[in-house]
Design a protein around this ligand. Sequence first.
Ligand code: GDP
Ligand code: MG
Length: 377
Amino acid sequence: MFVKRYIAKNMPEAMAKIRNELGTDAVILSSRYIRPKGITNILKKKLLEVVVAHDNKVPDKQKKIKEEITTQFEPLKVAPDPSKIDKLNDKLEVLEGVVKDFSDKLRHNGSQNQVQYSLDVNNIYEKMIDQDVTNNLANAIAGDVEQVVSKMQIEPMKVAQQLIVEKLGEGVPVKLKKFKQNIVVFVGPTGAGKTTTLVKLAGHFVGEDDLKVGIINTDTFRVAAQEQLQIYSDIMNIPLNKAYTKQELNDALKQQEDRDLILIDTAGKSVADVQYITDMKNIMETCKIDQVFIVMSVTTAYKACKEIIDHLSFVGDYKIIITKLDEVTSWGNVLNFVDYAKKPISYLTIGQNIPDDIEQLDASKIAANILKQGESV
Ligand SMILES: Nc1nc2c(ncn2[C@@H]2O[C@H](COP(=O)(O)OP(=O)(O)O)[C@@H](O)[C@H]2O)c(=O)[nH]1
Ligand SMILES: [Mg+2]
């Protein structure tokens, strides 16, 4: 089975693209309106994203029928009224929301009864729940698996694996711009592992990429924060400045003008704290930040994780680092976090060893853990 994403102005256009490429056997897994990425697209109209599962084999017979249908219809000669299309699109969007709510409710009720899945799919659902995937998400995935296997001859476990890999997305590590200074900031709740992860990454960039790295510590809250960083910056021989005010931050940036990469550490305070948000906004106004990492531990409860993500929504574009995978055997939260934040994962950390215990995302490995592959329930 393959999963493919289509972007179109509306559902009829998406369906036409899908039918044209994949025939009539493709299974629609989800559809939602999204805005094209990038600040310049903020005022642009939303586009429809449709995700389908297919087996990539368009039978010849079907191709032929498709060709016949295409040639039977003349293209529309009268230009459609754009305002009417816009209104229709808006209505379609509202309807889509209603249908989604309804289907979510149905799924939720179904999960309480535990009756709606075939044996294999129910087994998959149970495994996901066991690995801490939220009930809603486990139901959404199980529902999609059921739909796919009812139409295609594929093993349910393979479908589930692929759907989870698709949901986890591709890992996006730090992307450094060449011939330009890069500034990366680490935010997130206290104790998540920001400082440790920052130091691990600094180690890799100095050791493997031979970059000129600098660290700025803006954590005024934790007394030992500066000492903690000082030890590693001394070992790695990289400059460390502390900056507790906007002026100090400006001064630190000046002092580190020659650095290829500046890593900024931030306070370990509650992200719900008003002062914390003000401090973060100050940092972001003062520096030309290239990348923000939100660092969260996989041990964080899902409810708390949602609150953190909501409180930090002002950050806008960010990537996720999930820490402490070594502390738990169930990695369902990795999927929960990504699904809620809808942002890519950059790194996962798997221990306290600096700089070794950090990895890029291997979606298949996480999916295999979530489905407990190789194990029976
Ligand atoms: N087990 C484990 N502990 C970690 C990991 N990353 C960080 N820690 C520990 O978590 C604690 C808090 O880390 P710290 O970097 O100070 O968190 P911060 O408050 O977000 O800066 C420290 O004891 C770290 O050693 C990890 O991947 N696995
Ligand atoms: Mg810290």
